[in-house]
Design a binder for this molecule. Structure first.
Ligand code: NAD
Length: 245
């Protein structure tokens, strides 16, 4: 029996790196993304991967997706809620539409996907890994919507761990530091990049694969007694106590 992982936001960045690591260890992967064209391109040639386009913030779409996953592979051993949007701005310059869009993908999406796949995860005593951010752990002047959504994800993870533990489901949260993906590079100005380089003890941005390794480990049996945790994969940034640039 081949174990199956569902990875959202799998068309690029951290989600695609996670997909490739799962495939390398012999899992099947359901790749989920709302960018249909990029998803098809990413999945092309990846043996064991099945692309299923879906907007994780759409309740109906997510329910249809859950059914399609069970039709395609019949089981879910791991769910990685990685799809995300970034928006940097202070309170007075964040319009409500933008706030709602960030909450819809970053927080509603994690809730909806987890709810829809909980029956499948109960059947396998599976694992959930939610991708938050170091922005979940620290407030900053620029991240009113993004940071709040990610703090919600970190708390939702603990809710899941506490509630679903009796079914053998583990839930953990990975809080990446900065990684040079499309999402980050759309909002990281040169000033932010320079400040991160100085503030991070390892003096560099992380790589997609470094975050993916932590995700795949948390989904594995090697982490069988780890649940309800927030793991910062951030080159030591959180330990410095320095504010986010
Ligand atoms: P990315 O932009 O490379 O990938 C995000 C993917 O999510 C894209 O393929 C996008 O199409 C998909 N997506 C967006 N909205 C979606 C929706 N509603 N439904 C389905 N798919 C959707 O970004 P990334 O940096 O790889 O981000 C992955 C996760 O890591 C995000 O949750 C992000 O907040 C988090 N994160 C990233 C960084 C960083 O510096 N890159 C730092 C901390 C946390």
């Amino acid at each position: 029996m081949t174990k199956t992982a569902v990875v959202t936001g799998a068309a690029r960045g951290i989600g695609l790196a996670t997909t490739k690591l799962f495939l390398a260890e012999g899992r099947r992967v359901i790749m989920v993304d709302n960018d249909e064209a990029e998803l098809a391109k990413a999945a092309d040639g990846l043996t064991g991967a099945t692309p299923l386009p879906c907007d994780v913030s759409d309740p109906q779409g997510v329910n249809l997706l859950a059914r399609a996953v069970m039709d395609a592979v019949g089981r879910v051993d791991a769910l990685v809620n990685n799809a995300g949007l970034a928006d940097f701005g202070p309170i007075e310059q964040t319009d409500f539409e933008r706030w709602r869009a960030v909450m819809a993908t970053n927080l509603d999406g994690v809730f909806l996907m987890s709810q829809a796949l909980t029956p499948a995860l109960k059947a396998t005593k599976g694992a959930i890994v939610n991708i938050a951010s170091i922005s979940a752990l620290r407030a900053s002047t620029l991240r009113v919507a993004y940071g709040t959504s990610k703090a919600g994800v970190a708390h939702l993870t603990q809710q899941q761990a506490v509630e679903l533990g009796e079914h053998g489901i583990r839930a953990n949260c990975v809080c990446p530091g900065p990684v040079r993906t499309k999402l980050a590079m759309a909002v990281h100005t040169q000033d932010i990049i320079d400040a991160y380089h100085d503030a991070i003890p390892l003096n560099r941005y992380g790589q997609e694969t470094e975050v993916a390794e932590a995700i795949v480990w948390l989904c594995s049996d090697k982490a069988s007694f780890v649940t309800g945790q927030r793991l910062a994969v951030d080159g030591g940034f959180e330990a410095t106590g320095i504010g986010l640039p």
